[in-house]
Each structure stands twice: as C-alpha cells, then as structure tokens.
Design a binder for this molecule. Structure first.
Ligand SMILES: NC(=O)c1ccc[n+]([C@@H]2O[C@H](COP(=O)([O-])OP(=O)(O)OC[C@H]3O[C@@H](n4cnc5c(N)ncnc54)[C@H](O)[C@@H]3O)[C@@H](O)[C@H]2O)c1
Length: 231
C-alpha cells in the first residue's frame, strides 16, 4: 500500500529555491504542515513560503516525509546519520534529491533494512553512478534514480534562456537575476564595467542569435558573458 501526502507533515532540511518550490507544489496535496530546518532563513521568510522553522531534531521526530534540500558543504556533510534516522517515525520516508554525502548511506541502509523507517527515495549518492553492488539496490523499500530526476527538455531550454535573459539585463546595464557572489556588485570595478555596458549597449540581436542555437551553447555563452563582466 502507498501513503498519501494528505494530512501528513513534510519536513525540509534547507529552505532555499528548490524547497520553496516544493512548498508551493505541496499546497495542492493538502498536507497538514510543512516544517523546515534552515539556520540561514528568518522565521518570517519561512512563513511566507508556507513553512514553520524548527530544530533538526523536531523535524526528524515529527515529519512523515523528510526531504533534503540543502547544499553539500562542511556543515552538511554526514548531517543525516544514525542519530537523526533513529528519531524518525517507523512510518516515515526520507527523500534525498540534494547531494549524496549529506546522508550517511550505511546508516540509511541499516535503518531501512531494520525497518526503522518505512522507505526512501534517493536521486543522489556519495558515489555516482551508484555501484551495481550497492546494498541499497537490494531493498524493496527504496526507489533510486540516477541523479537525473530534474532532467527534462524544458529544464535545459530554460537554463539557456535564463542565461540569455541575464545577458539582456547586462546589455541594459542592469544586474542579472540569481547572482551567487553578490559581493561583486558592490565592487567599483564591476560598477565601472556596468556603466561601460550601459553606454556601449550589447545588441539584443546577437543575444537572439545565441538563443536560437542549441540551449547548452546559449547557456555557456551566457555564463561566459556574465563571468567576463564580473571578473
Ligand atoms: N538532484 C538534482 O539534480 C539537483 C538539482 C539541483 C540542485 N540539487 C541540490 O539541491 C540543493 C538545493 O538547491 P537550491 O537551488 O534550493 O539551493 P539554495 O541555495 O536556493 O538553497 C539551499 C538552502 O539550504 C540552506 N542551508 C545551508 N546550510 C544549511 C544547513 N547546514 N542546514 C540546513 N539548511 C542549510 C540555505 O540557507 C538555503 O536556504 C543544491 O545545493 C544542490 O546540491 C540537486
């Protein structure tokens, strides 16, 4: 038998772009509550996303579905191990679509094989591709995908389009969306280049031409321009 999301508690570790989109999608499944553990997000931003912040322990104890949506870094490597898995309800599921090394795979295998949790959905692994001899593949309570859940024609089309939109914004002397290293925006050298672009103006026609090329070419070209101007 399956288990519905209706009236269930979903917990997300990390409340960034992907987790907020998850919250939006979950609204139509009539979940009871969305919990989030994210040390970098203030409570009002979490509430605006439809989630309630709580501790990692509370999230693992309370959730029927735990979804991992944080980056892999020094603080998140091996964040989910025996201790956290032991807090989960025996009926709960763990979903990891972020990065494999955030979850201790041996501890997860133990929890699943001893039926301490009900199941797992895993798209990412500490070693990719997942070796054919992985014990995770022997469990019927696990669904695995080869780090390709997100891959669609539309995704790759949109990556290229978004990069070109960034180029268009730059050509208008505007700051592109989704800048990761925001500190560069304050640099005088960047401001000077932005000012130069405003005066010279990149021709939108050249951007249109790139848009008509293969999306991945457009993506690379877009990021090259962004990298060049912010260097
Ligand atoms: N499976 C895939 O194909 C796929 C595709 C895209 C992204 N990802 C993974 O998903 C992750 C999340 O993507 P995103 O776009 O939402 O990133 P994001 O940067 O928008 O959000 C990440 C969130 O994690 C939070 N965070 C940082 N450290 C944390 C910690 N110690 N504990 C809890 N939360 C913490 C940040 O505050 C942030 O809100 C990415 O880092 C990437 O590894 C996987």
């Amino acid at each position: 038998m399956g288990s519905e999301l209706r009236d269930k508690i979903v917990g997300t570790v990390g409340l960034g772009g992907i987790a907020r989109e998850l919250c939006r999608l979950l609204a139509s499944f009539r979940v009871k509550q969305i919990l989030a553990y994210d040390p970098l997000i203030p409570p009002d931003q979490a509430r605006a996303a439809g989630a309630e912040l709580c501790s990692l322990e509370c999230l693992f104890q309370s959730s029927d579905f735990v979804s991992i949506n944080c980056p892999l870094n020094a603080t998140t490597r091996n964040l989910i191990k025996r201790r956290e898995l032991n807090l989960m309800k025996p009926t709960a599921f763990l979903i990891n679509t972020a990065r494999g090394a955030i979850v201790n795979e041996q501890d997860l295998y133990q929890a699943l094989s001893e039926k301490r949790i009900r199941g797992a959905g895993i798209d990412v692994f500490s070693q990719e591709p997942l070796p054919a001899g992985s014990p995770l593949l022997t469990l019927d309570s696990v669904i695995v995908t080869p780090h390709a859940l997100a891959w669609t024609d539309e995704l790759f089309r949109d990556l290229g389009t978004m990069a070109c939109q960034g180029m268009l914004k730059l050509s208008r002397g505007e700051v592109p969306d989704h800048v990761v290293n925001k500190q560069v925006l304050q640099k005088r050298s960047f401001q000077k280049k932005l000012d130069l672009v405003q005066r010279v103006r990149v021709r939108p026609a050249s951007v249109t031409l790139i848009l008509n090329l293969h999306p991945s070419s457009a993506e690379s070209a877009g990021w090259l321009v962004v990298a060049a101007i912010s260097a």
